[in-house]
Structures are given as C-alpha cells and as structure tokens.
Design a protein around this ligand. Structure first.
Ligand code: 5GP
Ligand code: ZN
Length: 145
C-alpha cells in the first residue's frame, strides 16, 4: 500500500534497523522503544489486522523464535508479545505488527492485563452467554467458509 509506513520500510523507501528477514516476514527495531530491543515483526504483505494476514503462521513462527533471541541479546529475563489489533485497541500503524517488548525485574512496567484498568464485572451467566455467542459466531463463520 503506497501510503503505509511499514510497506515503505518493506520496500526500502524508509530506513529501519532490521534484525530478521525472510521471504514473507520482516522484523526491525521500534523507532520509539518501550525497552531496549523493542522489536516489531510484520508480514511483508500489506494487511491491516491479524485476521487479514495470509502468511500468519510465518509471522507467528518468526515471533516465537526471535523473541527469546531479542531478550537474550539485551539481557532481559522476560518479554511481552502483543498486538494492538484495531484502533480501539490502540493500533496506530494500520499494517499488522507483533510487538516484542523485553522486560526486566523492577522495570516499572505492567503485565498485559494493564490494557484494561477498569474490567467489567461479569456474572457466571454473563460468561456462559458470551462463550455461547462466540461458539455460535464460530459455527456461522465455518459454515460460510
Ligand atoms: P501500534 O500502536 O500501531 O501498535 O504501534 C506502532 C508502533 O510502530 C509504535 O511503537 C511506533 O513507535 C512504531 N513506529 C511508528 N512508525 C515507525 C517507523 O517509521 N519506524 C519504526 N521502526 N517504528 C515505527
Ligand atoms: Zn502496509
């Protein structure tokens, strides 16, 4: 996509500090790192969201192998992996990317649960209903395939 910043990185029109590349996946350092080694893993194809990625298994496979290597390189004993999928979830660049964020003891950060500081109170009935709705949605999607 012509005005996509990550497509421009893939095409070499914008600079990036690459740490991994293959036929379908590129990984490079985040320009505004939350920690040393903060890395973004992207599909080379333009895809706005996770559900749009044709090469999704390749992106996941690179992420799970690269993440511990990133952490080791910066002496981090742990890391978070996450995706802001959609603008309401905080996605700013509309080309899907997995964040690998190295974590250190007492670094002042939070677990992934911090994405929602005001969780709703859901009863057992609420949860049963939600689970049923998801299963139904899945069945409908499978029927459409
Ligand atoms: P999002 O909020 O979409 O999940 O995160 C976008 C990430 O992309 C941010 O962490 C931001 O620092 C990073 N980013 C935005 N533009 C560029 C860029 O041109 N180069 C690099 N390396 N990272 C970028
Ligand atoms: Zn793109």
């Amino acid at each position: 996509m012509t005005d996509c910043v990550f497509c421009k990185i893939v095409d070499g029109e914008l600079p990036s500090r690459d740490v991994y590349e293959d036929r379908s996946v590129l990984a490079f350092l985040d320009a505004n790192p939350l920690a040393p080694g903060h890395t973004l893993v992207i599909p080379k194809e333009h895809a706005a969201k996770l559900e749009d990625v044709v090469e999704a298994p390749a992106v996941w496979d690179v992420t799970r192998k690269l993440a511990p290597e990133v952490a080791e390189a910066v002496d981090a004993p742990a890391y978070n992996v996450g995706v802001n999928n959609g603008s309401a979830a905080g996605q700013e660049v509309p080309h899907v990317h997995m964040h690998i964020v190295p974590r250190f003891p007492d670094d002042g950060g939070n677990p992934i649960h911090a994405v929602q500081p005001n969780p709703p109170e859901l009863s057992d009935d609420d949860l049963d209903g939600i689970a049923e709705k998801i299963r139904r949605t899945r069945d409908e999607a499978a029927a459409d395939d």
